[in-house]
Design a protein around this ligand. Sequence first.
Ligand code: SAM
Length: 275
Amino acid sequence: MSNQKQGKLICVGTGMRMAGQLTPIAQSYIENSDIVIAAVPNIFARKWLQGIAKEYICLLGYYSDVEIEGKDRRDTYRRMADTILDQVRAGKTVCAAFYGHPGIFACIAHMAIADARAEGYSAVMEPGISAEDCLVADIGIDPAKTGMQSMETTQFMIYQHVLDPTCLQILWQPGLAGDLSLKKFETNTAHLQILVNKLARYYPLEHEVILYEAATNPMEKMRIDKVRLGDLPTALLRQITTLVIPPAKAMQFDQAVIDQLNAIAEASKVSQQAA
Ligand SMILES: C[S@@+](CC[C@H](N)C(=O)[O-])C[C@H]1O[C@@H](n2cnc3c(N)ncnc32)[C@H](O)[C@@H]1O
């Protein structure tokens, strides 16, 4: 007999654009779960979810927690995960829905799944279409060509990350660059100048970078604005902007490794001839 408790959690992504980017399995969980708990900013997507869910809780209002003295985004995310867990503990099948992919730059789903499993509940994540998936399609870049590094902008600024300028770089949340308070949802020119100064260790200021925003509904146009790296502090950066930095240098062979691989191939040729 299984010890699994009755409540269940399924975290799904709604994609970046509701029309067409929701997977059939995510839709089935949204329609059939006892309750849908969602943090989906697009109003049309929200209305649609509310319309088909048996019961619905919207988490967006929780973001105003950051206005309370002593609280920051981490408290907001904790309260969202706790709200999800309360419904699982009540024995319900809970579908937690997030825009894009529920597990990419979205810690709430990871927190809720870890907590649910630790308490003995079944908890799974279904993948969704993320901003990164859309930018690969919209900009027309294949991460396989040069390799890709992908990180959060403020994390890049405050940690000793090392960038490889021969790779494609994806910097998430540049619109929040440099906010150490974890209370703001914007950046400013002073913070962006510090970002540019750090990027200038790897790239010339003339290097062209891309400000990308996927369309979130079929009537909207995507944004693919190319700007000089040095002009980034005065560019328009929004909460939904992703910064894409194409490679600035050609990849260099690692001849020592190539020599080792060739030596193995040569040795196996010699042993085949001897056999
Ligand atoms: C909290 S993360 C959420 C990512 C989301 N879970 C996903 O799967 O793409 C927010 C960041 O995702 C990126 N993002 C969100 N919406 C976007 C859009 N419409 N176009 C491009 N990037 C977007 C931006 O870098 C933004 O700062």
